[in-house]
Design a binder for this molecule. Sequence first.
Ligand SMILES: NC(=O)c1ccc[n+]([C@@H]2O[C@H](COP(=O)([O-])OP(=O)(O)OC[C@H]3O[C@@H](n4cnc5c(N)ncnc54)[C@H](OP(=O)(O)O)[C@@H]3O)[C@@H](O)[C@H]2O)c1
Length: 244
Amino acid sequence: MNISGNTILITGGSSGIGLSLAQKLAALNNKVIITGRDKNKLAEIQQRIPGLHICAGDLSENDGIRELVEHIRQEHPDLNMLINNAGVQYNYSFLTVSQLSEKIDYEIHSNLAAPVKLTSQLLPLLLTREHAAIVNVSSALWLAPKKSAAVYCATKAGIHSYTKALRFQLEGSPVRVFEVIPPLVDTPMTAGRGKAKMSSDEVALHIISSLSANRYEAYIGKSKLLKLINRIMPSLAERIMKNG
Ligand SMILES: NC(=O)c1ccc[n+]([C@@H]2O[C@H](COP(=O)([O-])OP(=O)(O)OC[C@H]3O[C@@H](n4cnc5c(N)ncnc54)[C@H](OP(=O)(O)O)[C@@H]3O)[C@@H](O)[C@H]2O)c1
């Protein structure tokens, strides 16, 4: 995949991995549109990094997805790359959590349903492009879950499976389907927990080099090692990740 001269939509580009990717892809001569829930945060980023385009909305809601798709159709019909990066992670025990239904819905809608719906609604546009790509951000936790984030891990396993099946469906079309699998990364999502985290800038560089090398399943940093351990000794991978 050529990593210059594209029009790229990055969901959740107002923070962490998405923001690092946006900065680097914009510097590589791409038109980049970022989304997030917080309008003010997006406006502040746009002031700091001129050239970035923004669109605010909550993708856990069908209206948020519909409005974003309409915005892209009207303002950026040259879109040829969608990076499904937005996500949330809740850590809790089913034994003590309150407002469980709301938490389950929000996490599943944001992390799994939204990328699937957004992709299907933007697919007709992407199919008109000579070269196009869909990039889904999953997690090493799809391989082996941690006990405190059961629903999050399930959404990431879902994204992994969905991405593979979509890749099969789009074989022979101009749309390439990528999955990137980061390890633990130092972002607001992981604030106050975990050690030896990779920086979001480093992850963004790995993602860009994977796209340019057409690596369709890109395990990044310690995710690569976890994949190997999981193949040789799944019970060890489980033990490593369980209390993560
Ligand atoms: N950090 C890690 O260790 C790690 C590891 C593996 C995979 N990942 C994955 O990488 C992706 C990015 O994570 P991150 O660590 O960079 O997180 P982050 O810094 O918390 O950023 C998350 C981004 O997603 C947006 N977002 C969240 N829920 C949304 C919703 N319902 N609608 C629209 N936008 C929403 C946020 O918008 P606001 O700024 O407006 O809140 C923000 O821009 C996620 O898919 C995450 O699961 C992260």
